[in-house]
Design a protein around this ligand. Structure first.
Ligand SMILES: [Zn+2]
Length: 295
């Protein structure tokens, strides 16, 4: 579900108060890594019936995610700070990593949005500039420091994830602690002062010793651990012997297109790839089916 984030309306406290009192308004809830899902119906975020004011304490602390397609307000509540029996009744907490495989694309996006915004508020109660307590503004879009006047916004950290191809092979690595046989494409955070393309080349070199070129953007995915935006790229390589260099990976090597296609098709395979909701899966599937052009 794509919410209307009501960027203009949310600046008006009277309008926000009206939404809180509206019986059509609903509340979704999350912890730092889990979301509340309906226990019975098809997998979707649990929407506690409104008016939201019934569940949300002080109106000036209300966090509005947006308006759904019917125009009803969707608020978010942090279960780390407000454990509420009424809210949890008839629902179950599911880790986002697991929820991601259950939820539709739209509901998964709403879950990521909820966790990212609540996580930011949880750590932003005090001004990073002067240390004074900050106030929620714009129904949760920003926070303001009454002492030094600075406004703080949620941040999104760009991370690159890249499918590096060489002839009919692709570079995959495995992190320590992953389930047996699990491999994925390489990824890493963008450094200050670096372009996305530079980050792709640097991360691949640091993690595998492999040189790549011609990074090309394909698609992106919000990812709330912590508050990242995963930017999916493809890149070309002339090959070489990969080596796990920086301690993050325990193994890195080339896999053939046939091996990847078999794993994607769920055939008996020693190779296990990331779940279908992930951008890594999307890139691998496009590559395996020849839909990434020259890559
Ligand atoms: Zn301040």
């Amino acid at each position: 579900m794509m919410l209307d984030r009501a960027a203009a309306e949310r600046k008006d406290p009277d309008w926000v108060a009206e939404q809180l009192r509206d019986p059509r308004s609903v509340v979704v809830a999350a912890t730092r890594d889990s979301v509340l899902l309906d226990a019975t119906t098809e997998p979707r975020l649990h929407r506690a019936a409104g008016p939201a004011a019934r569940l949300i304490g002080a109106a000036d602390e209300a966090i509005l995610l947006g308006l759904d397609s019917d125009g009803a307000a969707v608020f978010a509540i942090d279960l780390e700070r407000h454990a509420q029996e009424a809210l949890v009744a008839g629902a179950r907490l599911v880790a986002l990593r697991d929820a991601g495989t259950l939820l539709s694309h739209g509901e998964g996006g709403l879950a990521a949005y909820t966790i990212a915004l609540l996580s930011w508020h949880r750590v932003s109660g005090f001004c990073a500039n002067c240390g004074a307590a900050t106030d929620v503004m714009e129904a949760g879009y920003s926070r303001h420091c009454p002492r030094c006047g600075r406004t703080h916004f949620p941040r999104t950290d760009p991370a690159v994830i890249m499918l590096v191809a060489h002839d009919e092979t692709v570079l995959l690595g495995r992190r320590q602690g992953w389930p047996g046989g699990r491999y994925s494409i390489l990824a890493g955070f963008v450094s200050p002062g670096e372009s996305l393309e530079e980050a792709v080349v640097r991360e691949v070199r640091e993690e595998s010793g492999i040189e790549c070129s011609h990074p090309l953007f394909v698609a992106s995915q919000p990812w709330p651990f912590p508050s990242s935006l995963m930017l999916g790229f493809t890149a070309r390589s002339d090959g070489g012997e990969p080596r796990a260099l920086d301690g993050e990976l325990e193994d890195v090597r080339w896999f053939t297109r046939d091996e990847v296609a078999a794993a994607l098709a769920g055939e008996e395979s020693s190779l296990q790839l990331p779940p279908s909701v992930s951008i890594a899966h999307l890139l691998l599937e496009r590559w395996a089916t020849g839909r990434l052009g020259d890559y």
